[in-house]
Ligand binder design. Structure first.
Ligand code: PAF
Length: 287
């Protein structure tokens, strides 16, 4: 079922709840790929009913970011969701979600603003306001769908940490489930933005996963000093790579570390052909 209106979703979910069924939400911006399908699969295994939201959220994009050109493939998404047994695709318009508020102004929209420390590190450094926009839309989706569980990909590890923090701080009655990164055979983490890359760019993009895998393997061979681990990245970088950050931090709190340990995560953001790509890896063996 494809719904565009909030009231349609509310009515259907309310029927389900009366029957005692559990509801899972997979929030997406559409352009669905195998990464999203893995979230849907987990949602199907966990819940009686599954809702996928398909909404390119204007308020999480900065003025110079790719909101206008972000891929919009609702027909294909609908087909994939049908095949995957999704019960509702919720694809609202920006007007339906925000009315006037979509004009990115907190004069007219109540925003959810996570603490400075969480939103001004890693991706937040270059994407001012991004996580306020994410948390605002995610809380709206939670209030519209009222899911028992919501499913997010580890690829956006900072996003998951921030959403968990919001849910905890605001007592939102939803369980957050994080699912592993899905990769191409080459190692490239799946992303809707991979569509922007040429074949050559995709090859250059492999540096991200190679850097992370190498850091993990060096850590597991005994190198614990964070600076030494980060320095191992240089041998993978060429003039095709415009590195934004490479950090090793605590996987639960995002706090910086001087010495890596089994609770560490390495995260990278790097532009290839002007496309901003992110990836991450847990350093503990087996994770
Ligand atoms: O991860 C995404 O695709 C988006 O940030 C989300 C969670 C759907 C909110 O718009």
């Amino acid at each position: 079922m494809l719904f565009h209106k909030i009231e349609e979703v509310r009515a259907k979910v309310s029927d389900w709840k009366k029957q005692g069924l559990t509801v899972g939400l997979v929030p997406t911006m559409g352009a669905l790929h195998a990464g999203h399908l893995s979230l849907i699969k987990k949602a199907k295994e966990t819940c009686d009913k599954v809702v996928v939201s398909d909404f390119v959220n204007p308020i999480q994009f900065g003025p110079s970011e790719d909101f206008d050109k972000y891929p919009r493939t609702l027909n294909a998404d609908e087909k994939l969701c049908d095949e995957a047994g999704v019960d509702i695709i919720f694809a609202p318009s920006a007007d339906e979600m925000y009315g006037e508020g979509q004009r990115l102004s907190n004069d007219i929209l109540t925003y959810v603003c996570p603490p400075f420390f969480y939103v001004n590190t890693l991706c937040g450094k270059s994407r001012t306001g991004h996580f306020d926009g994410v948390c605002t839309v995610v809380l709206k989706l939670f209030n519209i769908v009222q899911p028992d569980y919501a499913f997010f990909g580890q690829k956006d590890a900072q996003q998951v940490i921030i959403v968990r923090k919001m849910v905890n701080d605001l007592n939102v009655p939803v369980k957050i489930v994080q699912c592993p990164i899905v990769r191409e055979d080459s190692g490239l983490a799946l992303s809707s933005r991979n569509k922007y890359l040429t074949d050559e760019g995709k090859k250059d993009a492999l540096a991200l996963s190679s850097i992370l895998n190498n850091i993990k393997s060096c850590y597991n061979k005994g190198i614990k000093d964070v600076n030494a681990l980060k320095e191992t990245a240089y041998s993978f970088l060429t003039d095709k790579h415009d590195m934004e950050y490479l950090e090793i931090v605590d996987k639960n709190t995002l706090e910086d570390k001087k010495t890596a340990d089994d609770d560490s995560i390495a995260l990278i953001a790097c532009r290839v052909e002007g496309v901003r790509l992110i990836d991450n890896i847990y350093l503990k063996e087996g994770e």
